[in-house]
Design a binder for this molecule. Structure first.
Ligand SMILES: [Cu+2]
Length: 112
């Protein structure tokens, strides 16, 4: 009787990896949760003006969903103002915005 139990246990262990593989394939169909709509996402923008001294950048930006802002041209404070030296006016960029101290702020900016 003991030997049969041991055999059943062994079979269960051997079968387990196949079950995991099937499970991970289901996982590939998972869609992003509704909560991710609120998370900051990169927005396409064009640099109109850079004021490195003030740590501000004027951007012609697309809709910013996480801030509830439509497309427009406006100036933003930049969280990492030293990064402004890497950019030039007229460049196309991908920008992540978020509220810092209650103000819409550039928290990340990447050249396209
Ligand atoms: Cu705006």
């Amino acid at each position: 009787m003991k030997r049969i139990k041991a055999l059943a246990l062994t079979l269960a262990i051997v079968a387990a990896p196949a079950a995991f593989a099937a499970g991970s394939m289901d996982g590939m169909d998972m869609k992003p949760s509704a909560a991710s709509q609120q998370a900051p996402r990169p927005v396409a923008a064009e640099i109109k003006k850079i004021d490195a001294k003030a740590g501000k950048v004027t951007l012609k930006h697309g809709p910013i969903e996480n801030l509830g802002m439509s497309a427009m041209t406006m100036a933003f404070p930049v969280k990492d103002r030293a990064s402004l030296t890497n950019f030039k006016e007229g460049e196309s960029v991908s920008v992540t915005f978020d509220k810092v101290d209650g103000k819409p702020t550039v928290v990340d900016m990447q050249r396209k």
